[in-house]
Design a protein around this ligand. Structure first.
Ligand code: FEO
Length: 171
């Protein structure tokens, strides 16, 4: 059984993961419309991953005999200035999620919650990997630039990242 505080915190995290899924779907839509197919595929995949993150917590809360709440839908940004601005925003968003995951670990510690505590390391690892992936793309953007002539090369680089992700087990 979860404490009410932990139940509320996990439901907040469900909300955050759901928003991330919609946020990435919106970024995918923008990229798709711009003809940036590789980048669009990247965000479609990220969106699905975020949905999985949400469902993992959703099922856990129910398994612990508490209510998992379907969050309201918040409108994510529709238009973007540039690829650079998208990845800057994505990086800031993932850092916010990491902070929230760390707060959940701290709460599980404070509450001596021996179920939630071992449930959280998967998310800690996932956040570390996601932040590293986005930083890697931002580094490439710095090298290539995001002017109109560079977009083709950026999209190609991200297509390469998609291919690597698809070849990894569990992707
Ligand atoms: Fe599930 Fe990227 O936060």
């Amino acid at each position: 059984m979860l404490s009410e505080k932990m139940e509320a915190a996990l439901n907040e995290q469900i909300n955050m993961e759901a928003y991330a899924s919609f946020f990435y779907m919106s970024m995918a839509s923008w990229c798709d419309h711009q003809g940036l197919e590789g980048t669009a595929q990247f965000f479609y995949r990220q969106s699905t991953e975020e949905h999985d993150h949400m469902m993992r917590i959703f099922r856990y809360v129910l398994e612990m005999d508490r209510r998992a709440i379907v969050p309201p839908i918040e409108q994510p940004p529709i238009d973007c200035k540039s690829i650079q601005s998208i990845f800057d925003e994505v990086y800031a968003h993932e850092q916010k999620v990491t902070k929230s995951i760390n707060n959940l670990v701290n709460l599980a510690n404070r509450e001596n919650d021996h179920s939630t505590h071992p449930f959280m390391p998967w998310y800690v690892t996932e956040q570390r990997e996601e932040e590293a992936l986005i930083r890697n793309i931002l580094d490439k953007l710095k090298l290539i630039g995001d002017g109109p002539q560079s977009l083709y090369f950026i999209d190609k680089e991200i297509t390469e990242i998609n291919a690597q992700a698809a070849s990894q087990p569990g992707q």
